[in-house]
Each structure stands twice: as C-alpha cells, then as structure tokens.
Design a protein around this ligand. Structure first.
Ligand code: NAD
Length: 492
C-alpha cells in the first residue's frame, strides 16, 4: 500500500468507539503499510492520562480486538501515540493541542497534514470545529490537508442538522468534511455499485419495467442494551432510516455516475434523493408504521429497560414505503424496515422482479404452480453474497417448474480478510476520497423526508408495545405490504 502522511487528532480519544474500532483499524492500516513512519496520533479527552497510560490502553484495545499486542510491530505502532487532556469547551486550552501538533509534525515530518476525528457527543462538534480554526490548529501549509471526520448523529431533524452544518462550514469546506456512515464502509454495500454498473444483465433490467419492488431490511436481534439514554431520544427512524437506509436506497436508486469518483457518485445520489416523494400528512400516516417491542419470558419490554421512561413513545421498529417520482422508478416502491429485538441479526436487500407477462405453463389442465418471481438478494451481513432465484424445470418426467437459486456466498476464510468498515473509511479519509461518506445535500434531503414522517407521528400517541420480541415487527408492517398485494421476501 502507498504510505500516507498525517497527524490524527482524536477528540473523545478515550471513548468506547476509539478503543473498540478506531485504534484497531489504524493498526490494520499500519500492518498493510498505508501508515508507517510519517504518522502520529494525539488522543484527547477530559480524562487525565499520560502518554504511557494512554499507550497501555491502546495496547489493550489492540489485544481485545484479536491482535498480538506484544509484538514488535504493535509496540512500534503504539510509539506513535500521544495523549493530551483537554476540555473541548475550554477555548484557551486549544493552544496546548496546537503546540503538541506542531512538535509531532516536526518529529515525524508530517508535512502539515491533519485529520481531526470527532468521536464524541455531537453537541460539541460545532464548538470544536470553530476553535480548531480560531485557535490555529488547522495547518496553514498550502499543500497540506485539513480534514474533519465526524460521527453520527448529524442532527435530529433538518433544522438542527442545518445549524450543525452551518457551524462546521465556518471552518471546513464541504470537501474537507467526512461524515461517517459506517454502512457505506461495508463490503456488500460497496458491492451494489459493482453489481449494478459492472453487469449488463443487471443494469439493463434495473428499472420499473422489470422490477416489481425492492426491499431493504436492517434487522437487529438485541434490544436497546446500554444505549438507552441516547436511543430513547432518537428512535429507529432517526437512528437507522435517516442515515443508513437512505444511503443504501440512494445507491440502489441512482442513475449511472459519469465516472467512479466521489463527485460524480454524490451527484447521482443527490439526484435520486431529490426525486424521492416527500409525503404529505395523509400519505406519511399510511406509508410508514412504527413499533415498540413488548416483553417475553423474563425479559423486560422496551419501557422497562434501564434508562427508558415507562411511558416512552420511542419507536424501536419502523417499516415504510418509499416512492421515487422519476422515469426509472415511478410505480416501483422501495419497502424498508429496521428494528430491535427482531428474529435475527442481518442486513439484506431483496430485488423482486416482475413475473413473466404470460405464464405459458399455466394452461387449463396444468397442475403447475404459478411461476415465482425472480428475486435477486444481496446479503450484506452476517454472511456476504448474492442469490438469484430463477424458475427451472423439476427433474422428473412431468413438466413442472420450481424456483431454484444461484448462490454466491463469500467463503468464511475470505470474509475474515475483509477490512472492517472503519479501516476502509479511515483509509478513504487518508486518501481524501469522499465516496463512502454522506454529503451535506444527501443528509439534508434525507432529513426533509424523515421529518415529515416524524411530524405525523408526533401528532398521535402510538399504541405501544405492539410487537413480540423475536418476530419481524408489528402486524402493521405486514399489512403495509399486503395492501399492495405483495409480501416481504424474508419472513418467518
Ligand atoms: P463515549 O461516551 O464512550 O466517549 C466519549 C469521549 O468523549 C470520551 O473520551 C470522553 O472523555 C470525551 N469527552 C466527553 N466530554 C468531553 C469534553 N467536554 N471535553 C473533552 N472530552 C470529552 O462515546 P463513544 O461511544 O465512543 O461515541 C463517540 C461518538 O461516536 C458519538 O458521537 C456516538 O454517537 C458515535 N458512535 C458511536 C458508536 C459506538 O459503537 N460506540 C457507533 C456509532 C457512532
């Protein structure tokens, strides 16, 4: 791999995300050679630590993620880590970070390249971005880069997202801002583009003439666990639909980009999102349903989880129908659903093709069952692969047909080598490639769509809880699709 040169500054550098994902991902980049001699890491947070204690924690984080943390390679890597205690709300104190950055820049010959990674509560993003600029932490070297990486959530509605974006834009230009959506770092989500634009067979049928509907399911098996205080203020619509699902849908719906570059891909995703129909009150109420899980055996229902108010109306499940008003998709709905405490943990996309216009095997005396629809499934996780359901003749003397499947599953050995989303995304940031990050226009159109659903939901208290744990959500999610004479491809 090409060696990259940069100083990383992690705000929230002692947090769960940093230890669990970010440092192990950086270590993988180091092992593969994208980072070698010319990089340094400053971890910063409110905690008082010294370099040695911080390095010990980083070492533990490598070990916990399955690395040999006592190897020479690991200790060389860890020697590039430094710690600086700092309260992000204390403007005066940024000068300490500035001095540390300049010292490390000289020591490791970093050429002024800086990556500021905000891995902490979003309420601080605006202040940090502003102080980075006013306190002189951004490198002034003309040939150097300054990049800002931020975690989700990006606002809780369009207005707050815009406020946040306005604050960030005072210091960073859009092309310097990398908004993480870790679904975009997943192998099979990136594979959507290869599948579509690398195959005549697929792309020539990828429209409303041949596709009946597309289904996107992000299913979680666990309940809210220890994230309740955040989750209860957010809910499934904001936490999963506004970002991950909208990103997946826009990759499925977009036109072919002029070239495979971040600018061209973003332009097409934005165009797709602009033709997504924003519902009026009545349509929002019919086309989206919500749910909250009840209790089973000795497990508490959502309202009795730790840190959840007993009268919470937060949805832990959402299903909806999305309609694009454009030439390619008019009449072909996208059904989406996501929730906690469902039957299994998986993410998949099912593309359901139209049945043949004439079923010649269904003549009057025929015993044959009607032809099934062709279904192309993209398995995102836990197993990665594709499956294509076709109709074929049964292997016997009569003439009957049955659905068969052409399956391609990435084998277990190979998927072990698949880089973690955060490794890919950090590598993209080092390269300055924004393809797998959400741009502001994408985020803003997604919020405008989601806000409209939220607005309707806020008008009326839901009848919660309404679904049994380990099911696929409330009955209303079935009715939503059955009303259109269709069914979910993945069902229990
Ligand atoms: P965390 O609570 O574990 O860590 C927060 C960090 O911020 C700590 O290092 C803390 O010391 C520091 N901090 C808090 N207030 C500070 C202040 N005033 N000044 C300086 N430092 C301060 O959080 P986390 O789980 O690591 O999540 C970080 C971000 O990533 C959040 O925006 C979260 O929404 C997002 N995120 C986390 C995960 C995850 O798996 N943990 C997944 C997706 C997104």
């Amino acid at each position: 791999a090409t060696e990259r040169t940069a100083l990383f500054m992690f705000f929230g550098g002692t947090g769960d995300l940093a230890y669990r994902k970010l440092y192990p991902s950086l270590f993988n980049l180091y092992r593969k050679g994208s980072l070698r001699t010319h990089f340094a890491v400053i971890g910063t947070s409110r905690q008082t630590l010294d370099d040695d204690k911080f390095r010990a924690a980083v070492k533990k984080s490598l070990a916990d993620s399955g690395n040999r943390a006592d190897s020479k390679e690991a200790s060389d890597f860890i020697s590039h880590f430094y710690y600086q205690a700092h309260d992000v709300t204390d403007t005066a104190h940024y000068s300490v970070l500035k001095d540390a950055a300049e010292k490390l820049d000289k020591k490791y010959k970093l050429q002024g390249n800086r990556i500021f990674y905000l891995s902490m509560a979003p309420q601080f993003f605006g202040t940090i971005a502003q102080d980075l600029k006013t306190q002189g932490l951004m490198s002034k070297n003309k040939d150097a880069f300054n990049r800002l990486v931020i975690e989700k959530p990006f606002g809780r509605d369009f207005d707050s997202a815009k406020q946040l974006n306005d604050a960030l834009s005072k210091s960073f230009k859009e092309e310097q801002i990398f908004r993480i959506d870790h679904y975009l770092g997943k192998e099979m989500i990136q594979n959507i583009e290869a599948l579509r634009f690398g195959n005549t067979l697929v792309e020539s049928l990828w429209n409303n003439r041949y596709i009946d509907n597309i289904q996107v399911t992000l299913s979680e098996k666990l309940g809210v666990e220890e994230r309740a205080s955040y989750y209860d203020n957010s809910g499934a619509l904001r936490d999963m639909v506004q970002n991950h699902i909208m990103q997946i849908v826009s990759l499925l719906a977009m036109e072919q980009p002029v070239a495979f570059t971040d600018t061209d891909i973003r332009a097409e995703k934005v165009k797709a999102l602009r033709s997504l129909r924003v519902y009026n009150v009545a349509d929002a109420a019919t086309n989206f349903v919500r749910g909250q899980y009840g209790s089973i055996d000795n497990q508490p229902d959502y309202r009795h989880e730790d840190n959840v108010p007993t009268d919470s109306t937060t949805e832990t499940f959402v299903a909806g129908k999305l309609l694009f008003d454009n030439y390619r998709w008019s009449g072909t709905p996208f059904y989406v659903r996501t929730g906690k405490m469902l039957a299994d943990k998986f993410t998949r996309v099912d593309v359901v093709f139209k049945r043949p216009l004439v079923d010649i095997f269904a003549f009057p005396q025929s015993q044959n069952t009607p032809l099934a629809a062709n279904v192309l499934t993209i398995f995102v996780e836990p197993h990665a692969g594709f499956s294509l359901q076709l109709n074929a003749k049964t292997n016997d003397a009569t003439f009957s047909t049955e659905p068969i499947k052409l399956d391609y599953l990435v084998d277990a050995e190979k998927s072990k080598e698949t880089p973690e989303p955060y490794e890919r995304l950090l590598h993209d940031v080092l390269k300055g490639d924004g393809t797998n990050f959400s741009s502001w226009p994408e985020v803003s159109y997604a919020w405008k769509f989601v806000d409209q659903i939220r607005r309707v939901w806020d008008l009326q208290a839901p009848n919660f809880p309404n679904y049994t744990p380990h099911s696929m959500g409330p009955a209303a999610a079935e009715e939503l699709i059955q009303r259109d004479h269709r069914e979910w491809v993945y069902r229990l």
